[in-house]
Design a protein around this ligand. Structure first.
Ligand code: IPD
Ligand code: CA
Ligand code: CA
Length: 267
């Protein structure tokens, strides 16, 4: 094991522990969500509460205690540059809309990026007691069981996740769904892009596509999908574009090219 691998392995262990702790904290808020004040951000669909902020504060504080020189990017409090070469990329609650509306499809998403690529991806789903975990060269697991994609599943015989937000026109979303169905596929959306990426790694979905997401929505899922044998579209993990939104595509290699074609025809 190289020095770098040791540094990675230690952070991977911490990421799993923190995602589990953060998930328990978020679940406690979920179980008393009637007491939360729900605020809106960009529009009435873009919601947030103290749960999102406090879970991110918890994660950021624990990382800073142990790895003071690591960078940190979170949805609620933005980006702090580090100097170690590792940057934690965190969505404290992905699927805030299902969360505040009492549905179980939300998760805590914790990634670590090195040299612009996700090298750790951990997603905790408290309501179903699932911990998805991956690190570069370590494979992907769901509750410690290895994940490996099945080449027999494809766009036509399995489900594809499609996500959207109001950065994308309704017409474009409609054309994407129509294009998927024209190819013999069908779509599902559960309100958490990070969780649907984990489902791709677990083989529950054959692919996931969303025209505009941010690094905290997809980096953990990308690591999971890659380590399970899947393919992902390049997403900038450093530099000026790191904080901007970009298309997100991850899939079983059996249908990656078909979904890439769907993306390119609907820019
Ligand atoms: C959102 C969810 C949703 C996706 C949006 C994301 P949030 O994240 O992942 O499924 O369609 O693009 O912004 O707001 O629940 O953290
Ligand atoms: Ca998110
Ligand atoms: Ca979020």
């Amino acid at each position: 094991m190289t020095v770098n691998d040791t540094a990675l392995a230690a952070r991977f262990a911490l990421a799993k522990m923190l995602a589990a702790e953060a998930g328990a904290m978020a679940l406690d808020y979920f179980n008393r969500r009637d007491t939360l004040v729900i605020e809106t951000k960009r529009d009435l669909q873009d919601v947030v509460s103290i749960a999102d902020r406090n879970v991110e504060t918890f994660l950021k504080g624990r990382v800073a205690e142990i790895y003071a020189n690591d960078g940190f990017l979170g949805e609620e409090f933005g980006h702090d540059e580090g100097s170690s070469g590792f940057t934690w990329v965190v969505d404290p609650i992905d699927g805030t809309a299902p969360f505040v509306n009492g549905m179980p499809t939300w998760c805590v998403s914790v990634a670590i990026v090195r040299e612009g690529e996700p090298v750790v991806g951990v997603i905790h789903v408290p309501c179903s007691d699932e911990l998805y975990a991956s690190a570069l060269g370590f494979g992907s697991t769901l509750n410690d069981q290895p994940l490996r994609l099945d080449p027999a599943r494809n766009l036509q015989n399995a489900m594809t996740g499609i996500g959207c937000n109001n950065y994308v026109t309704p017409q474009r979303v409609g054309a994407i769904i129509a294009g998927l169905m024209d190819r013999g596929g069908n779509f599902i959306r559960n309100g958490s892009g990070a969780l649907m990426l984990a489902y791709v790694a677990a083989g529950r979905l054959v692919g996931y596509y969303e025209p505009h997401m941010r690094a905290w929505d997809c980096m953990a899922g990308f690591c999971l999908v890659r380590e399970a044998g899947g393919k992902t579209l390049h997403f900038p993990g450093r530099g000026a574009e790191f904080l901007n939104g970009h298309p997100v595509l991850a899939a079983n290699p059996s249908c990656y090219d078909e979904l890439l074609d769907l993306h390119l025809r609907n820019l």
